[in-house]
Design a protein. Structure first.
Length: 277
């Protein structure tokens, strides 16, 4: 089978993006800083989420980190020293609005992507890095990885939607414990409490994460988009409303070429070949 691959210029070497077999592999590339967010990496990540989310030739997004970390969140060493004169001159209200916009374009945009998104964690995911991982649909962690909210250690309350994301993954009581204590949760316990979906040996993380992403990227794009809509609404609507909306999307998906191809492939006992959606 032929493997197709192309690189996307992110504008910085702190973020890499390769599209292989319809999977956009987005790699945070500051291993010397445990892939902490920066003034170069973060804007590039926001852009790549938007670009890859809108590209019909891409069927799934796989976000990971170079080296032995996923993302350690904000760069603690740079906290308290603002070298950007424009930001230093901002009022409190302006700072709030600025952060709200940056959050909307990062974890907000990631949650809104209507394609499967996977976070592959080769190591620590902390603070905003944990929020980014939780904003993905599925998380796969290496055995040596750990997760932590971390905000308590720098006397901050949390950002990038971490409280909302954490509460929906592990429940109110566990979310409060993890936020208040900032404890490190190893990969095995993270799987047990629902923070990650799978734990795999360190050496096979990238292969297994890509294999899953590829299988989803090859799936029926319209049906997957509707599934994400249904799953999102399950958190927001009552059962009757969500059920009625599911019916609408089921009938729409039943009229697609992908559905006809899936039925034909089932009857002919072959692997279906879906369109790009």
């Amino acid at each position: 089978m032929t493997t197709t691959s192309r690189s996307i210029d992110t504008g910085t070497n702190e973020l890499l993006c390769e599209v292989r077999d319809r999977v956009a592999i987005i790699t945070l590339n500051r291993p010397e800083a445990r892939n902490a967010l920066s003034d170069h990496l973060t804007p590039a990540l926001r852009t790549m989420i938007r670009v890859c989310g809108e590209d019909a030739s891409i069927g799934a997004l796989l976000i990971t980190g170079a080296g032995t970390a996923f993302c350690s969140g904000g760069d603690v060493k740079g906290m308290g020293t603002n070298t950007n004169p424009a930001k230093a001159a901002m009022s409190s209200d302006e700072r709030i609005a600025d952060l709200q916009e940056r959050q909307r374009l990062l974890t907000g945009a990631l949650v809104a992507v209507r394609k499967p998104t996977i976070a592959a964690l080769p190591g620590p995911a902390a603070g905003a890095g944990l929020a980014i991982a939780m904003a993905c649909d599925i998380r796969i962690a290496a055995e040596s990885a750990f997760l932590t909210t971390g905000y308590i250690r720098v006397a901050l309350s949390g950002d990038y939607g971490i409280a909302w994301l954490l509460t929906r993954l592990v429940g109110t009581s566990r979310a409060r414990e993890l936020m208040f204590t900032g404890e490190k949760v190893d990969a095995k316990r993270a799987e047990t409490v629902g923070l990650v979906n799978r734990v795999v040996p360190d050496a096979s993380l990238r292969d297994e994460a890509f294999a899953l992403a590829k299988s989803l990227a090859e799936g029926p794009a319209i049906a997957l988009r509707y599934m994400k809509d249904n799953l999102d609404e399950a958190l927001a609507f009552d059962f009757a409303t969500a059920r009625d909306h599911e019916a609408v999307r089921l009938i729409k998906s039943a009229g697609t070429a992908d559905h006809r191809e899936a039925v034909s492939a089932f009857i002919e006992k072959r692997k279906p070949v879906f369109g790009k959606g």
